[in-house]
Design a protein around this ligand. Structure first.
Ligand code: UDP
Ligand code: GLC
Length: 379
């Protein structure tokens, strides 16, 4: 089966990293079309996945755009749509991985009679999307897609609540290659040494820096923890959230905990850095659609605490394979950190349990098989 994947981003966010794994088995007969250039293209190339940047024009429509802005951007999209249509003629199926890709893919699918699949990575709530954008996404998906793959039950539920058709929507979780998440003791002690983490209880946060990812909640919690607790913040502002980055630095300074917070920026050695942590914290203040970092922490055999909402609830069972805290509640989060610090043996056993179950449940080969079966039905 020849697949034309479409994704609007040039940067490797979670949706793009998920696509990377989905496209791998199709590398000999697929193309990933991007609507922006960036390091995601390099990542695809390194993995021998054919990629083409289809436009470098900035697409003006944003998640919160109004109807007028949305319509005028459609006119702006015309050359891109024409290009995608032409390319789609050489493929059996169009696989849209983001919302703008859905809109472009929907029109290309209509004119070329190629089936359209939409991989939904978002919770389509009004908190993140304007009414107009939500309507465009749901209408395009209902009208043009033959299959919608939701990354969690939470994303599916929000889609259906917004008017999406449940009968064509299947939940498929992200898949992971568990082998990647094993680091040797010497590698771990080397990186801890390099980062000046020796003797510390290290809490890692792995996410782009954005207000809803809630890094500020972890910093607030850290100020309530004993001195031996240190935080590493791994990730950068991928989508222009520079004000938030400044706010985080100011917050750390105001709390006088500069020596206990390390900003490491965007890193491509997440598995090793996770292995260097004693606990991984997920702190999103809005419901997380899925939360790759939660599964990655489990696969790394590390304790994990997540904000109790959205897809995270499907991944974490409190006290069984991790811990949950009320989103935004830094006191509760601090309490979990202190429990993990004080009861290392019991909480490490929970992490080991999580590693075993997660490597089965999110095995990339199984997940790719599920996707392959769904796609086969369409062609
Ligand atoms: N990530 C990364 N480098 C970083 C920070 C994050 O490679 O510096 C990865 C992280 O390991 C995860 C993904 O980015 O696989 C983020 O996905 P997630 O689903 O957690 O959140 P998203 O950012 O997609 O909402
Ligand atoms: C999106 C979501 C994230 C999810 C990822 C992969 O980026 O924000 O929660 O894990 O897609 O599906």
């Amino acid at each position: 089966m020849k697949i034309l994947f479409l994704d609007q981003s040039g940067k490797p966010g979670g949706a793009e990293l998920c696509l990377l794994d989905i496209a791998k088995p199709y590398r000999d007969h697929c193309l990933v079309g991007l609507f922006a250039d960036g390091s995601f293209r390099n990542l695809l190339e390194e993995n021998q996945i054919p990629v083409e940047v289809l436009t470098t024009d900035q697409i003006q429509v944003r998640k919160e755009s109004s109807l007028v802005q949305g319509l005028s951007s459609l006119a702006q999209l015309a050359p891109l749509i024409a290009k995608v249509m032409q390319i789609a003629l050489n493929y059996d199926l169009i696989y849209a991985n983001t919302q703008k890709a859905l809109v472009v893919g929907a029109l290309a699918s209509f004119f070329t009679h190629r089936p359209l699949v939409y991989h939904l990575h978002d919770i389509l709530s009004l908190e993140h999307f304007s009414q107009t954008n939500r309507r465009i996404a749901v209408t395009s998906a209902n009208r043009f897609a033959s299959l919608i793959i939701a990354n969690s039950e939470a994303s599916k539920a929000a889609f259906v609540e917004a008017g999406g058709h449940p009968e064509i929507t299947e939940v498929v979780y992200n898949g992971f290659d568990s082998k990647i998440y094993h680091s040797s003791e010497s590698e771990v002690s080397q990186i801890r040494q390099q980062l000046g983490l020796n003797g510390q209880f290290v809490v890692g946060h792995f996410s782009r820096l954005a207000p809803w990812k809630g890094q500020h909640i972890l910093i607030e919690a850290l100020a309530q923890c004993p001195e031996e607790v240190t935080v590493i913040l791994v990730g950068d502002a991928l989508f222009g959230e520079q004000d938030y980055v400044q706010r985080l630095h100011d917050q750390v300074k105001t709390l006088a905990i500069e020596t206990r917070v390390k900003f490491l920026g965007f890193r491509s050695d997440v598995p090793l850095l996770m292995a260097a942590c004693d606990l991984v914290a997920h702190t999103s203040t809005s419901p997380e659609p899925f939360g790759r970092v939660i599964v990655e922490a489990m696969l790394s055999g590390r304790r994990v605490v997540a904000a109790n909402a959205g897809g995270a609830i499907e991944l974490v069972e409190h006290g069984v394979n991790g811990f949950l805290f009320t989103p935004g509640n830094s006191q509760e989060l601090a309490q979990v950190i202190i429990t993990c610090l004080n009861d290392r043996e019991k909480t490490a056993a929970i992490a080991n349990n999580a590693r075993a179950t997660a490597s089965q449940r999110f095995d990339v080969a199984n997940i790719n098989q599920q996707i392959a079966q769904l796609l086969m039905r369409l062609c």
